[in-house]
Design a protein around this ligand. Structure first.
Ligand SMILES: *Cc1c(COP(=O)(O)O)cnc(C)c1O
Length: 423
């Protein structure tokens, strides 16, 4: 009998996947809570929330119910010249949670939410009659795989082949511990020229760059500087949004707010693709004009998909239940306890925690890097013990669905220790 994995290898090209790997993909046939089941009946803990999209566990019955109800009414409708209740309600409810924000623009994934944010910022200046194209971004950032998103991301193995095609970006240091002053000075040197179109950043945690973390106070100061010098600030909350950092949004830790926010990933609880770019009235008003050439000419076929919106609304309902943030706080406390212990291990370079994310930088002969060869060994080690983790090179991390219990968390920590003791 041909297994699903063999059939797959004949027809499918998988993302971010080394094609000469001997490892066939695991065929998942069922998800429930924090668990995945494969076609052979094996059970796995999803320790990374399916590439950071899941929030409350797989096949959450409440989200299923709400999506089902929506599907019986209307699966999709065009979103230019037409509108619908799910998109309006989602916008109203998110804007209530994002003080200072004014309008919601729909697309369908994280990369497009970033493309939209960049285009919004560039055209803002163009509409004002004072075009600007300079962009500032953090080194080591990741903002997606489309061309604009690749341009502002770190230049690395992900986008080497496209280097000559990417637009210029000023990359400044990440304000990690000890680097705050340097990063601040670099930002200041650029924004004081008053010609920067926008500054884009992953707030508090750089995800794909290896779960690199920095403090909120310094980002707050950076936003103040941007405001002072008329530089549009864009918070890419695609990964950090929806509880990852301990609050609903990472920018909830800041008193200065960005002009534009990008959301996706856990926005629908991990059920459906949806991207949002949310802006304040300053940005929006630059587009409200009698001059039709100043229209924002951007849209995707599935813009504002009502089924995805219904999943996002159900997701918000679950966030509104006190138990969700109780769980988020509990997971954070468990992580902090484990961090103290694991930091002592001889094979740990660093262990860091923000919200529900714990990351372990493993000491190896090679330097900290995405292609660090320990990565595959780690994945295999955890998989064999029924846990799905997908390290970023030698940075192992846990980013679990919020319904994970302390016992289940401890069972992952135990295997982390076993792995650290194994070499
Ligand atoms: C994943 C990610 C993106 C890209 O989102 P996709 O839905 O994968 O296109 C953008 N920004 C950040 C911070 C991300 O983590």
């Amino acid at each position: 009998m041909t297994t699903l994995s063999v059939r797959d290898s004949k027809v499918v090209w998988h993302p971010f996947t080394f094609l000469k790997s001997k490892q066939l993909p695991i065929a998942i046939s069922k998800g429930k809570g924090i668990y995945f089941y494969d076609d052979k009946g094996n059970k796995y803990i999803d320790g990374i929330s399916s590439w950071w999209v899941n929030a409350h566990g797989h096949c959450h019955p409440y989200i299923i119910k709400k999506v089902h109800q929506q599907l019986q009414k209307m699966e999709h409708s065009i979103f230019a010249s037409f509108t619908h209740e799910p998109a309006i309600e989602l916008s109203e409810r998110l804007l209530k949670k994002l003080p200072g924000m004014s309008k919601v623009f729909f697309s369908d994934n994280g990369s497009t939410s970033v493309e939209v944010a960049l285009k919004m910022a560039f055209q803002y200046w163009s509409n004002k009659g004072a075009p600007r194209t300079k962009v500032i971004a953090f080194k080591n950032g990741y903002h997606g795989d489309t061309f604009g998103a690749m341009s502002i991301s770190a230049r690395n193995v992900f986008n080497n082949a496209f280097e000559p095609l990417l637009f210029d970006v000023i990359h400044i240091d990440v304000p990690t511990k000890g680097n705050e002053k340097k990063a601040m000075l670099q930002l200041q040197n650029e924004v004081k020229k008053n010609d920067v179109a926008c500054f884009i950043f992953e707030p508090l945690v750089q995800g794909a760059g290896g779960m690199v973390m920095y403090e909120s106070y310094i980002l707050n100061e950076m936003l103040a500087l941007c405001k002072k010098h008329n530089c549009i600030s864009i918070a890419d909350e695609v990964m950090t949004g929806f509880g990852r950092t301990g609050k609903m949004f990472a920018i909830d830790y800041l008193s200065n707010k960005p002009d534009i926010i990008c959301l996706s990933k856990a926005l629908t609880g991990g059920f459906m693709p949806l991207g949002l770019t949310i802006c304040n009235s300053t940005i929006y008003n630059a587009y409200v004009t009698d001059d039709k050439t100043k229209t924002f000419f951007h849209g995707h076929s599935y813009t504002g998909n009502p089924t995805a919106c219904s999943a996002a609304l159900a997701n918000l309902d679950i966030f509104d239940k006190p138990v969700t943030f109780k769980n988020i706080t509990r997971i954070n406390e468990q992580h902090l306890n484990f961090q103290v212990k694991v930091k002592q291990h001889k094979n740990i370079l660093d262990a860091r925690v923000t919200g529900i994310i714990i990351a372990f930088e493993i000491r190896t002969k090679e330097k900290t890097h995405y292609l660090n060869r320990i990565s595959e060994r780690m994945s295999a080690f955890f998989l064999k013990r029924g846990i799905i983790l997908r390290p970023l090179g030698n940075v192992l991390y846990i980013l679990p669905p919020y319904c994970i219990t302390n016992t289940e968390l401890k069972s992952i920590y135990k295997v982390v220790n076993e792995f650290l003791d194994s070499f």
